[in-house]
Design a protein around this ligand. Sequence first.
Ligand code: HSE
Length: 331
Amino acid sequence: MRVLISGFGTVGQGFAEVVASRQDFFRERYGKEVRIVCAMDSKTYASDPDGLDPLELVSVKNTAGRVGRNTYEDSVKVMDSVDYDLLVEVSPTDVLTGGVGLTNIVHALECGKDVITVNKGPLALKFPELIGLARKNRCKFRFEGSVGGAMPIINLCHENLMGERIKSIRGIFNGTCNYILSKMDSGQPFEQALREAQQMGYAESDPANDIEGYDAACKVVILANSVFGRNVTFSDVNVTGISSITSEAVALAAANNMVIRLIGEVSDSKLEVSPRLIPKGHPLGISGTLNAAQILSDLAGPIAITGRGAGRKETASAILSDLIAIMDARK
Ligand code: HSE
C-alpha cells in the first residue's frame, strides 16, 4: 500500500509514527508493508517511490521545520508526480472554504485513489459531492477520525450497528468546550480554562471555532450525512456556543444536581449544537477533554461511548482503523 500524506502537522506525524510501529502487523496480515511514498506540509514535500522512513520524516519536520527539500505552490502537481494508492488528508480544518484539503481530496478521488481524512472542513461543506465522487470512481472514502478522534462512532454506526435503525445521536464533540465547562464546575474562570485547553493543544488554531460551537457543528453535519443519510451542510445547523455561559449559570445548575455541557444532537429531523443541562452522573455529564456520545437505536436502545476526541496518536488510531478496513477490502 503506497500512501501519500497531505498535511504533515501533529496528526500527520502521529500517523507516520503509527505506520512505523505497525509494520510487523502489516507484514503479517497482508504480506507487505505500508509505504509512505510522499509527505507534504503546507510548503514543502518529500517523496520516494520505495518509501520514506516515517520516523526520519518526523525528525526532519521537528528539527528543520519542513518535511523535505522540495518546495511547491500547487499541491495537485505534487500529487500528480507520485504513484500512490491512498491519500491520507490531514491538513488543518478550514470550515469556510474547505481549504487545500478539499482540493486534495477531490483530486485524489477524481484520479481513482482511496482517501482517508480527518479534515472536518471538506466533510462539513461538501459531503454529498465527495461521497458521489468516491462512488463514481469506485474509491474507498473513510473519515472515522473526523468525529470524536479516537472514540469510534462512524464505523461503529456503519459496521457494528449496521442492522439497527438509529434514531438519534447526542454527544459531546468538542473537548475544548468540555474542558472549559468542567473547569467552570469547580469555580475556574472561563478565560483561564480556555488558555489551559490551548496549552494542551486541544483548541483549534482559532479557538472561536471551539467556543462558538462551529467545530461541534461540523461533526454534527458529518454524522447527519454519513449516519442518517441526510443532505445537510454547516449552515443548516442551529448553533449556540458557550461564550455566554456565566459562572452564575454553572453554579445554579450545580445547585440542582446538574452540569452544563455543549451537546450536539442529530436525528432525521434535528441538527443542533447548544449548551444543555445534563444530570450529574449521566453518560453525557463527563468532565475534562473527553468526548462522549449516546446513540439511540431501535433494537439496541441507548449505547454510550466515550474517548479522547483529539491528540496525535489518538487521531492516528482512528486513521489506522480506516487504513486496515481499506487494506482488508483489497485483500
Ligand atoms: N478543537 C477540537 C476539540 C479538536 O477541542 O475537540 C478535535 O476536533
